[in-house]
Design a binder for this molecule. Structure first.
Ligand SMILES: [Zn+2]
Length: 158
C-alpha cells in the first residue's frame, strides 16, 4: 500500500498524524503523550504497516490534538525518526521530523536517586546531549550522571 493510501484511509479534519514511528513503538508514544483513550479524542493506531520497499512503521492519528514542545521532545526520544503532520481542515498544514534536542528539560528523570532533581526541591531536570561512540548520551546538568538513550526512554516523565 502506498503511503498516500494509508494516509487517506481515514482522513482527519483537525489534529495530528504522527508518521514513521519505529515499528511496534506507537503504544509507547501514546503513553508518553498520556493518551489513554479516556479523553474522548478519536485516535487511530496503525502498527507495523509497510513503509517503503522493506521497512515497516507505526502511525498514530489523533483528532483535535495539539502537541507542546515537551510532547515533541518525548516523541523524539521514543522514536527519533517520527514525522509530525499537523492537519487542519483536512489539509496538511505543517510537516516536520522530530529531533532530539541538544538540551532536554523537564522531560526525563535523572537515574541518580541522590540528584537534586529527585529531591523535594522544585528543580526541573536538565540534560545535555553528548556524542558517545556511535550513539548519544544525556548528561545531567546537576549531578553529571550520564544516561544512554535506552535508559532515557525508561525515564521519560509520564
Ligand atoms: Zn542528576
Amino acid at each position: 500500500m502506498s503511503e498516500d493510501k494509508v494516509l487517506k484511509i481515514n482522513k482527519i479534519g483537525d489534529g495530528i498524524v504522527i508518521d514513521h514511528i519505529s515499528p511496534g513503538v506507537s503504544l509507547d508514544v501514546l503513553e508518553v503523550l498520556k493518551i489513554t483513550g479516556k479523553e474522548g479524542m478519536t485516535v487511530s493506531l496503525l502498527m507495523n504497516v509497510q513503509s517503503g520497499k522493506v521497512g515497516t512503521k507505526d502511525i498514530i492519528k489523533i483528532e483535535k490534538k495539539k502537541l507542546a514542545k515537551k510532547d515533541l521532545d518525548k516523541i523524539s526520544l521514543v522514536s527519533p525518526n517520527a514525522t509530525i503532520n499537523v492537519i487542519s481542515n483536512y489539509e496538511i498544514r505543517e510537516k516536520f521530523t522530530v529531533e532530539i534536542p541538544q538540551i532536554v528539560t523537564g522531560v526525563i528523570r535523572c537515574s541518580n536517586q541522590n540528584c537534586v532533581t529527585n529531591s523535594k526541591e522544585p528543580v526541573q531536570t536538565l540534560f545535555q546531549k553528548e556524542k558517545s561512540g556511535d550513539g548519544e548520551v544525556f548528561r545531567c546538568h546537576y549531578c553529571d550522571r550520564t544516561m544512554s538513550l535506552p535508559e532515557v526512554r525508561k525515564s521519560i516523565i509520564r
